[in-house]
Design a protein around this ligand. Structure first.
Ligand SMILES: [Fe+2]
Length: 465
């Protein structure tokens, strides 16, 4: 028995050693290679709702800094129609009206419908509201639930989707998110929505189809928007020189509530999370408006009120695929020391059409004289997650740098979505779900320990004793 026991112990030690010595993991899952193609215009997910001037492309997002307001947006095609939203809480029969604005825009030979944006304010926390748009013509009804009051131990579940597009795979990603038994209450969207710019003259009809496709989720729960490169729509060859024109007419953010001067970078508080959204394609160097905003924003984060500090951006800082390699580097050089100083819990990015999760690492020692430029393990640093795997028509990023860098904990070239499920001030459960599995299969998962309240090592390659 003694001998057997020793043998087992030795075996365990060897296995442990292997576990410790291994850096990250590249998934052995190999996806069947299929072409990623957009759904045709006559697909049912793009159906125009019936009825005269029926509101379409209905979508909501948070409308203030604390979660007591909602921006409701929709498009009417026949005439402007009413700009009002009628809304009431589940517990009250009293119906209220909120009025908003209507905008239109032209893009080359395309003219938009009437785009409505109405903000509903002074809502009660943790309450189901019904709302109606299209008053006076074809009225459509939807609902949403406001978040609980902000507090350090408030559980809340965020979905994570990036680079979605409108292919058959995009449709699978959205369905898997909707059918995940862990119900996401709000989507953190890390940029690249419609991919209309892949069509001749950036055919903006594909912005409309995307709006109709996403409605089944975003009319009922807020999506928090991050701007990506496919929102730029910068096309001087056809005379379109105003960046972000279609996106900024169609999608609104509550940027003024966080003293931002631009809709592309801002912050919100929701439940127990403080979420900072950054813009990879707006100036971020020293002295720029984004730099100055972030510099004054980070000290305002109160971890006693909102323990979880989450950052969203489009272009990842840590990415070991041979796609968009080091595109996030200049922003990393500018802001990474702040992320470490303020102990950001997690950074979500998109852009690379695959999945990757990093260890907690930083790379802030470098200067031109010392040449120190290797990422090191750092328990004050965020975990970096690339989730640009929504499934758009450009297809998967499959080519990876080899060997896998030590900072890369897990990587896999598959489409999917993720869930960040906050339990309390110390723990959050994170899971990534590839499309090829059942809804509830966690292809990658991770327990996050909060960097402010429970800053112990939560890395997957760490062996605890
Ligand atoms: Fe992108």
């Amino acid at each position: 028995m003694g001998f057997l026991h020793s043998l087992l112990l030795a075996l365990c030690l060897v296995l442990n050693l292997v576990f410790v010595c291994n850096g990250g993991r590249t998934s052995t899952f190999v996806r069947k290679v299929e072409k990623t193609i957009d759904m045709p215009l006559d697909s049912d997910v793009f159906d125009v709702p019936s009825g005269y001037n029926a509101p379409q492309q209905v979508h909501i997002t948070q409308g203030d800094h604390v979660g007591k307001a909602v921006i409701v947006s929709w498009v009417t095609e026949d005439e402007p129609g009413s700009n009002a939203v009628r809304y009431w809480s589940k517990n009250s029969k009293q119906k209220r009206l909120a009025k908003g604005k209507i905008v239109t825009y032209r893009f080359f030979n395309y003219t938009s419908g009437f785009i409505h944006h109405t903000t509903i304010r002074n809502l009660e926390y943790n309450t189901k509201y019904y709302y109606e748009v299209g008053l006076g013509n074809t009225t459509r009804q939807f609902w949403f639930t406001t978040p609980p009051e902000i507090g350090p131990d408030v559980p809340y579940t965020f979905g994570l989707i990036g680079d979605l597009g409108q292919s058959y795979d995009s449709n699978k990603t959205l369905s898997h998110y909707e059918l995940n038994p862990t119900k996401g209450q709000t989507v953190l969207f890390v940029g690249d929505l419609s991919y209309a710019d892949n069509y001749p003259n950036h055919d903006n009809v594909r912005w409309d189809t995307w709006g109709r496709f996403a409605e089944r989720s975003v009319a009922y729960q807020p999506w928090i928007w991050t701007v990506g490169n496919h929102e730029l729509d910068f096309a001087p060859e056809i005379g379109e020189t105003k960046p972000f024109k279609p996106y900024s007419h169609r999608y609104r953010t509550p940027y003024k509530a966080s003293q931002s001067t631009s809709p592309f970078w801002y912050s919100i508080k929701r439940a127990s999370a403080h979420i900072i959204v950054l813009a990879s394609y707006s100036a971020y160097g020293k002295y720029t408006p984004q730099y100055k905003w972030l510099e004054q924003e980070l000290p305002k984060v109160n971890r006693t009120e909102t323990p979880w500090l989450i950052v969203l951006m489009h272009s990842p800082w840590y990415n070991s695929y041979n796609y968009h390699y080091m595109e996030g580097e200049s922003m990393r050089v500018m802001y990474e020391p702040w992320f470490v100083k303020y102990k950001v819990d997690v950074v979500y990015a998109g852009h690379v059409h695959a999945y990757e999760r990093s260890e907690r690492v930083s790379n802030v020692a470098y200067n031109v004289v010392n040449g120190i430029c290797t990422p090191i393990k750092d328990q004050s640093a965020p975990v970096y997650i690339t989730i640009g795997d929504g499934g758009n028509l450009e297809g998967l990023a499959t080519n990876m740098t080899e060997p896998q860098p030590e900072y890369s904990a897990y990587r896999e070239a598959s489409f999917g979505h993720a869930i960040f499920d906050i339990k309390n001030r110390t723990h959050a459960h994170y899971s990534w779900h590839r499309n090829q599995d059942g809804y509830s299969v966690e292809a990658d998962s991770h327990w996050f320990f909060n960097r402010f309240w429970h800053p112990v090592d939560d890395s997957t390659t760490h062996v605890s004793h």
